[in-house]
Design a protein. Structure first.
Length: 201
């Protein structure tokens, strides 16, 4: 796995971009957060084992996730063009490509400064401080905060069938899914930063 999609990274994908703002957290802060959600070395190893299983299934996984979003108008609203009142297909496609790359990045579990910077950027892209800017979209200026932590549940739950298709034991599936649960919780928490009153995060 690489940090880009083969030799052509998705549009707007800026992992490892030195021009991104520094994250407002240190690696020590990150380690404390990982300890708080019990994300340890065994989980990191399980995440990395999940990568080769999930990589060839990314499009099928995205079909499930996008199907879930598309079946709930209150979630799809974040992608509706405010000028036309219709979902912005180009915006949805560009986000989908980055979402597919996010699967690989999460499975890679490289928790370094570049990873921290990009989590900060992802959070900003959900909030009015930067939403729509990456894709020059005209959708809602905000993904409501209440949905960020809640969407961790369907994302992790729907991964199980895909983790189970690699001929691995149920114990291994449990380990990988549990590691994903912690990793997604960690990321969603970091993405929440722009929504929190300054100094309260």
């Amino acid at each position: 796995m690489t940090h880009d999609n083969d030799t052509h990274p998705p549009s707007g994908y800026r992992f490892s971009d030195p021009q991104l703002p520094r994250a407002p957290w240190s690696l020590a802060d990150l380690n404390n957060m990982m300890a708080a959600c019990l994300l340890g070395p065994d989980d990191v190893a399980a995440l990395r084992r999940s990568g080769p299983l999930l990589d060839p299934q990314r499009e099928a996984i995205l079909d499930v996730w996008y199907g879930f979003v598309g079946s709930h108008s209150f979630l799809l609203d974040s992608f509706v063009d405010t000028k036309t009142g219709q979902p912005d297909g180009d915006y949805l496609s560009r986000v989908r490509a980055r979402f597919g790359q996010w699967i690989l990045d999460t499975a890679r579990a490289d928790y370094d400064e570049n990873w921290l910077r990009y989590q900060f950027e992802i959070g900003r892209r959900h909030h009015r401080v930067a939403k729509n800017a990456t894709d020059n979209a005209h959708a809602s200026p905000l993904v409501p905060f209440r949905f960020l932590p809640l969407l961790a549940q369907p994302i992790v739950d729907t991964l199980r069938p895909f983790l189970s298709r690699g001929g691995v034991t149920m114990a291994e599936v449990d380990a990988m899914q549990n590691a994903w649960r912690k990793a997604v919780l960690l990321q969603v928490t970091l993405w929440s930063y722009p929504y929190i009153i300054e100094g309260d995060f």
